[in-house]
Unconditional design. Structure first.
Length: 466
């Protein structure tokens, strides 16, 4: 069993630890507290946390934009973010939603469909996602070799609000083909409805803006009554319209077994763009581009691996966060932390610099303050010791007894104090000086009382002057 002396030592040690913690808290506490107060104040200037839901405008449910957005939504859901995919008529409607609907901050749009008068301050480009060719299918036997040959034909050009209609009108206008001129008729249908009209002969040609992997494109290529028009001046179109790219569709690239297409074809292709308004929270951008990278980085029939997403072919100023991500990849926080924690750090890292500038001098000031606190305790005992030493000039027993009592109290306090090793020199010097005063006190007690003035006068021998 532990002895009473062991218990006393343990209690004394615990008491010293408590005192040491109190000293450290008094020394470093103000610096930490001041920094936390600064941090709390700075939080008022930090961008608010991103919402839990985000809406993206796409296109028809059977189109590639919608399918891509659904894939993004699946990936964002893994990070606790709900991406609502909104079906629309196409790029024109998407732009209208971005500009006028406060609930829509993101859209996939077709290159070349920017509304007139849309300033760069309203929208930002996040990335180009992939190439989406313009497919021109015609009825066989019509001798159509270029777009200008579509004059006086019935042409399916896409529905109102779609990017297909906007692009078809621009391309046909550039070649002199206009709705209503010389019997030319623009039929406002797209997708499967336009394909049905083309197969039945109700239209002579149809323009489609679809992915090379679209089932509808495969279906049209297999139809023996139809033929795919090769754009003979594809490079000229890409020069006239910067949002278009001249590409070559190699024979059999869509299906080697069925040899689709059955000849080498020149095409033009706008890029599908991921566009956002200025209200989109920056925290979503790395998350969206991570999803876009996973989906589009492998490449496809028309692009090499790693070509997309990129900033090539964008039509608005790039978002700074998107530019950084596409050049450097995810930040340190985004690589190692969850989305919401990384978002917090990314939003607060700007204010960490001034807070560190505040914390560093405070921390550097703490050790001198700690040393001053330790030495101030020793100096307090020295002040008491000096008062005792000055009191030894008195002769009364009461004064000497009071000095002895004070010395005893100082020694008792010192027995209960633990001083850091770096201050043991001052501590032992204090003990030596206490012993010195104690010896002086003992000698003072042994001396006879000082003579009074009368006694001194009586003892003097006055000798006459000669």
């Amino acid at each position: 069993m532990p002895s009473p002396s062991d218990d006393r030592r343990q209690l004394k040690l615990l008491d010293e630890l408590r005192k040491r913690r109190r000293d450290l808290a008094k020394t470093f506490g103000p610096a930490v507290l001041l920094t936390l107060v600064g941090f709390a104040i700075a939080l008022f200037f930090v961008e608010p946390a991103p919402p839990r839901e985000l809406v993206i405008a796409t296109g028809h449910r059977d189109g590639n934009y919608y399918a891509v957005a659904e894939e993004y939504a699946r990936r964002l859901k893994q990070h606790g973010v709900t991406l609502q995919v909104r079906e629309t008529a196409g790029s024109v409607e998407n732009y209208d939603l971005l500009l006028h609907d406060e609930g829509v901050h993101l859209a996939i749009v077709q290159g070349g469909t920017v509304p007139e008068g849309t300033g760069p301050e309203r929208l930002e480009s996040l990335a180009t996602l992939y190439l989406e060719p313009v497919w021109v299918f015609c009825r066989r036997g019509l001798s159509i070799g270029r777009l200008s040959d579509l004059q006086n034909k019935r042409i399916a050009v896409g529905t109102d609000g779609s990017g297909t209609q906007r692009l078809a009108a621009a391309l046909l206008e550039a070649t002199g083909v206009r709705n209503g001129r010389e019997g030319t008729v623009f039929v406002k249908q797209s997708g499967r409805a336009a394909a049905a009209l083309l197969k039945s002969g109700e239209v002579d040609a149809g323009l489609f803006v679809l992915s090379a992997t679209s089932p509808l494109i495969r279906e049209l290529l297999l139809d023996e009554q139809l033929e795919l028009l090769s754009i003979d001046r594809s490079r000229a179109y890409s020069r006239r319209f910067p949002f278009l790219k001249s590409i070559v569709l190699e024979q059999g690239v869509i299906d080697l077994a069925l040899d689709l297409p059955r000849r080498r074809v020149n095409l033009i292709a706008p890029v599908a763009n991921l566009v956002a308004d200025s209200e989109l929270h920056d925290a979503f951008i790395p998350l969206l581009l991570e999803a876009a990278t996973d989906v589009h980085r492998p490449g496809g029939l028309l692009s090499d691996t790693g070509a997309y997403p990129s900033l090539e072919g964008i039509e608005f100023p790039p978002n700074p966060a998107a530019s950084y991500y596409l050049e450097h990849g995810p930040s340190f926080f985004q690589r190692h932390l969850s989305f919401w924690v990384a978002s917090l750090f990314d939003r607060t890292k700007i204010m960490l610099v001034p807070l560190l500038m505040l914390l560093i001098p405070l921390v550097r000031l703490a050790p001198p303050v700690y040393r001053w606190r330790i030495r101030s305790g020793i100096y307090r005992w020295y002040a008491i010791l000096r008062g005792i030493d000055q009191s030894l000039r008195g002769d009364s027993p009461e004064e000497l007894a009071d000095c002895e009592r004070k010395l005893t109290e100082v020694e008792r306090e010192l027995e209960e104090v633990t001083v850091p090793l770096s201050y043991m020199e001052e501590f032992y010097n204090l003990h030596l000086h206490i012993d010195l005063v104690k010896r002086r006190l003992a000698r003072r007690r042994q001396q006879p009382p000082a003579a009074t003035d009368d006694q001194t006068a009586d003892s003097l021998t006055i000798t006459p002057q000669e």
